[in-house]
Write a new protein. Structure first.
Length: 328
């Protein structure tokens, strides 16, 4: 049933996507802000409490509701899963930025493209050269595709197979949102509003995302240039500050033959002043980039194809496993 829920949710989202400024997003912001204000008293252990309440609490009533609905009707349980997945999974939650930036670049309007990237990622892109602009768009789009589609997909299928319905999708989405929310720089100081919560949310999300990020990287390798993707994964993943990001971006870079990574100018990415932690190895360029060609417009189309082929791959794999389980 999980594969049908994912399929229906993706189809519905293509025809009726959530608007950019939607009630669900405002509700999540209010919820995480409320838990921070009411459960954080300034001690180290309170950050753990805030994270637990923020991330785990929303999934409990949804799971209870799913179990009640499933006991009444399997069809209603499927519709329940589709509804939750519609709110937690999908390309259109981020692809409008990607599409608008790509259209602006195709028109030759780099000023508008930089403005849209700055609005999307909350960074200063006003002085980015075209190649760096394309690199940032590709990197952020690949990571967004993983966090909005593949990560949610993995945890939903895993926990749904255990009879817990949409708990996995909600857990992953809340962990990702909390990580993003608590890492967001304050308007006055330009640093995270709560460094303790930022550290805890990054640690937990890193654990939750460890397996999904590697499955996403493997999927990119299978549907792309497998040999180059695996070589880039092994050689270049350590260039990025966060290992989960590194395996995804390195594998994708090898799969489509594009150069990613490298030092970022101060102010370009306030969440990470460099796009990598370790220095470059002797096999990569001195800037700490992966191999491949400098980013070009054609790579934007290649990345879209890579992501969609990977979606089809994992959907087919889950469908085959479901069929084998039913036959067995």
């Amino acid at each position: 049933m999980s594969v049908f829920a994912v399929l229906f949710a993706l189809i519905i989202e293509q025809f009726k996507p959530l608007p950019r400024d939607n009630l669900v997003h405002h509700t999540l912001v209010s919820w995480v802000d409320w838990t921070g204000r009411n459960f954080d008293a300034g001690l180290e252990r309170h950050a753990w409490v805030v994270w637990g309440v923020s991330v785990l609490a929303p999934g409990l009533p949804l799971t209870a509701a799913y179990l009640a609905v499933h006991h009444w009707s399997v069809l209603l349980a499927l519709l329940f899963n589709v509804g939750v997945l519609y709110l937690t999974l999908g390309f259109r939650q981020f692809s409008h930025y990607y599409t608008d930036i790509r259209d602006a670049l195709e028109r030759g309007d780099e000023i508008e493209a930089r403005r849209m990237l700055a609005e999307w990622r909350h960074l200063d892109a006003s002085e980015l050269p075209r190649t760096e602009l394309l690199r940032h768009v590709i990197e952020h789009s690949l990571l967004a595709a993983h966090r909005h589609v593949f990560g949610v997909f993995f945890w939903f299928v895993l926990l749904c197979s255990l009879g817990l319905g949409p708990l996995g999708a909600v857990l992953y989405r809340m962990a990702e949102f909390a990580n993003r929310y608590w890492s967001f720089p304050g308007k006055s100081l330009g640093v995270p509003a709560n460094e303790r919560l930022m550290a805890v949310s990054q640690r937990f999300f890193g654990l939750i995302d460890h397996v999904p990020s590697r499955l996403t990287a493997f999927g990119f390798a299978v549907v792309g240039n497998f040999e180059e993707a695996i070589n880039a994964w092994r050689r270049d993943a350590s260039l990025w500050k966060y290992s989960n990001e590194g395996v995804i971006l390195a594998s994708a870079a090898g799969a489509v033959g594009v150069q990613l990574g490298g030092a970022a100018a101060p102010g370009v990415t306030p969440d990470r002043s460099r796009s990598f932690e370790a220095g470059p190895t002797e096999d990569v360029a001195a800037e700490g980039s992966t191999g491949g060609d400098p980013p070009q417009m054609g790579h934007l189309r290649s990345v879209v194809g890579l992501v969609w082929r990977s979606v089809v791959l994992w959907m087919l794999l889950v469908a085959l496993l479901t069929l084998a389980n039913l036959i067995g």
